[in-house]
Write a protein that binds this ligand. Structure first.
Ligand code: XIL
Length: 311
């Protein structure tokens, strides 16, 4: 049978997966991931708490291992992420306000430069919005106001002009207050000439709840001249998963893939994790799981077949 990646590539798209922790040392996972997917997102290894745990002291070893895995399997890499309120080391939150901008610019420049030429796209800003569409209050808005977004994206662009630079968030897949806030911000950044290149729709869905306005929402961002990627797809089910919920999950995966294929500016779809066994969902949403295309033994689920068919 065809692999997901060969099907995606035939459509000029990619199909990606998240790899994190000791997954790179698990032969079952690496051979499956390397065969089926052609894009990798490191789950935690490029986040600020890992890459710069102390001010000016950098640690790129874990991220380098994920990049090596990807390159060995001819997969590209989405860099994730540069600026985020979470998994942010304590020293950043403790900085005097007038030192946050310098620390942010140094962090972005050093990390993007380290991976220069190896990263297809960077999630420069991760999860900046509140649910009502306002910007989240965090160390960055406290120090710089709204201007931190433009500054971060420009700084990343200076370090690697070839990487596509994204804002990535959740609950922005459909048209709602949060995605409206992002849409206004994207318009404003583009009007200032900020090199924003894409919008990442995380797409951590609950089974049966893919928003019906997802396609229209993707199209409105694409119409601004931006790429719109599905960056962290999973579709959680209350455990134990019934046969009908697994079938609904298959429909959900197919819907998402078809939405991407319907939008010229959608470069691809990435799943968060390879199989249910390595998904973050059971740890974060107790009682839920079975959120990926492969089961606990890395056997394909209905969602896998639906994805292959949709591609
Ligand atoms: C998650 C990882 O999967 C977990 O291992 C970690 O403990 C917390 O972060 N949105 C994002 C990702 O942008 O970085 C998050 O990843 C999941 C939600």
């Amino acid at each position: 049978a065809s692999t997901l990646r060969s099907l995606a590539e035939a459509q000029n798209r990619y199909i990606g997966t998240e790899i994190t922790g000791n997954m790179v040392n698990n032969a079952t996972i690496t051979s499956l991931a390397g065969t089926q997917f052609d894009m990798v997102t490191p789950g935690n290894e490029m986040k600020w708490d890992t890459t710069e745990p102390g001010n000016g002291s950098y640690n790129f070893g874990p991220g380098d291992n994920v990049v090596s895995f990807a390159q060995a399997h001819n997969m590209r890499v989405r860099g994730h992420n540069l600026v985020w309120h979470a998994q942010l080391p304590g020293w950043v939150n403790s900085l005097p306000r007038n030192q946050v901008q310098g620390a942010m610019e140094a962090h972005i420049t050093t990390e993007v430069n380290h991976y220069k030429g190896k990263i297809y796209a960077w999630d420069v800003i991760n999860e900046p919005f509140n649910e009502d569409g306002s910007l989240r209050q965090d160390a960055f808005t406290n120090a710089m106001g709204t201007g931190y977004l433009a500054d971060a994206i420009r700084t990343a662009h200076n370090a690697d002009p070839n990487a596509v630079l994204y804002i990535n968030d959740y609950n922005i897949e459909g048209e709602n207050a949060k995605s409206n806030g992002l849409y206004s911000l994207a318009q404003s950044l583009l009007s200032q000439g900020v090199p924003l290149g894409g919008i990442g729709l995380e797409s951590h869905f609950i089974v049966g709840q893919v928003p019906s306005s997802m396609l229209a929402n993707m199209q409105r961002f694409a119409a601004l001249g931006l790429d719109v990627a599905v960056t962290e797809l999973d579709d959680r089910i209350q455990l134990p998963a019934s046969g009908s919920s697994l079938q609904q999950q298959a429909n959900d995966y197919a819907t998402v893939v078809k939405d991407c294929l319907a939008v010229t500016r959608c470069p691809g779809v990435s799943q968060w994790g390879v199989g249910d066994a390595d998904s973050w969902i059971p740890g974060t949403f107790p009682g839920y799981g079975a959120a990926s295309m492969y089961d606990n033994n890395y056997q394909p689920k209905p969602a896998y077949n639906a994805t292959a068919t949709a591609l």
